[in-house]
Design a binder for this molecule. Structure first.
Ligand code: ATP
Length: 283
């Protein structure tokens, strides 16, 4: 079942075309990542799908409804969706637990307030004022507010900006748990390791258009890209690109008569492939 289906989506701001004809189909239970440089149109797309912005043209279906004209279904539709946008709500004078509890009351089937606070690592700050939180803690609160409603579909727009490495790992684990529970997730991120870690599929967007949709392992011909074998030769560090690194290693092992000094075999990372794909296209 398709949870999100988009055809020919466009959106301009004045004369500037931010989304220039996007097609997307996201299946139930998938984690789908939108990747692209600053200004590529990712947030605009997410805001349209979440019903916060009207498109200029194209068809959009989210959980079976058009977000722009969901009519009477509006409330129950929104009940099924969780959203973490880039701009956080202004809740500075509330305490963390108060605001999560307050948001939980908007939903028909919310998660347990304290479990959600624990899941985002804010238990020690549950009685602190929101304005006293650090940037990363504030972002964790945004994530808590996004998942408190127990959504079927979760939109996450750069959710881990400002997270320390440990918080990012904890967040990944939380997202995997949500997926295991059946949540469909649409994520934007500038962290390619995050996309690799979490996403079943990724779409690369530049200048409002999708360049490719693929899995992190296959994007941009990554699985067939050459490997680089490097080692310490008699006259310094050497490297060789090859489709068949095993053959290179076998040859070197014979040459060295055993252990190859400082042997490393690397393949292009998702970030290498991504940068090649968007090369010269970002602002
Ligand atoms: P980032 O990675 O920086 O968050 P993005 O891919 O999410 O970027 P969008 O926020 O969708 O990009 O913006 C796409 C383009 O539309 C940008 O060039 C931006 O300046 C422009 N834009 C976005 N919102 C508005 C607005 N309200 N009015 C005018 N232009 C806008």
């Amino acid at each position: 079942m398709k949870v999100i289906e988009v055809k020919g989506l466009t959106k301009s701001y004045g004369d500037f075309t931010a989304v220039a004809g996007i097609d997307l189909a996201i299946e139930a239970g998938e984690i789908f990542a939108l990747l692209g440089p600053n200004g590529a149109g990712k947030t605009t797309t997410v805001e349209i799908l979440a019903g916060f912005r009207a498109p200029d043209s194209g068809s959009v279906s989210v959980l079976g409804f058009d977000p722009a004209t969901k009519g009477d279904a509006g409330r129950s539709w929104r009940n099924r969706i969780g959203i973490v946008l880039q701009t956080a709500s202004d809740a500075g004078s509330f305490k963390v637990r108060e605001i999560v509890k307050h948001f939980s009351a908007f939903y028909a089937n919310p998660r347990d307030v304290d479990q959600v606070i624990e899941a985002v690592g804010l238990t020690a700050k549950r009685d602190s004022l929101v304005l006293e939180l650090s940037g990363g803690q504030r972002r964790r609160l945004d994530v808590a507010l996004g998942i408190i409603g127990n959504p079927e579909l979760l939109f996450l727009d750069e959710p881990t900006t400002g997270f320390d490495p440990e918080a990012r790992r904890a967040f990944w684990s939380l997202i995997r748990d949500l997926k295991a529970g059946g949540t469909t997730i649409l994520l934007t991120t500038h962290y390619l390791d995050e996309a690799e870690e979490l996403a079943d599929r990724v779409a690369v967007i530049t200048a409002g258009k999708i360049v490719e949709v693929s899995t992190p392992a296959l994007l941009g011909g990554r699985s067939t890209a050459k490997a680089t074998v490097s080692w310490l030769g008699t006259s310094g560090l050497k490297s060789e690109e090859s489709d068949n690194p095993t053959a290179v290693v076998t040859k070197l092992a014979a040459q060295f008569g055993g252990e190859i000094p400082k042997l490393v075999i690397t393949r292009p990372s998702l970030e290498d492939i991504y940068l090649k794909m968007i090369g010269g296209q970002h602002e």
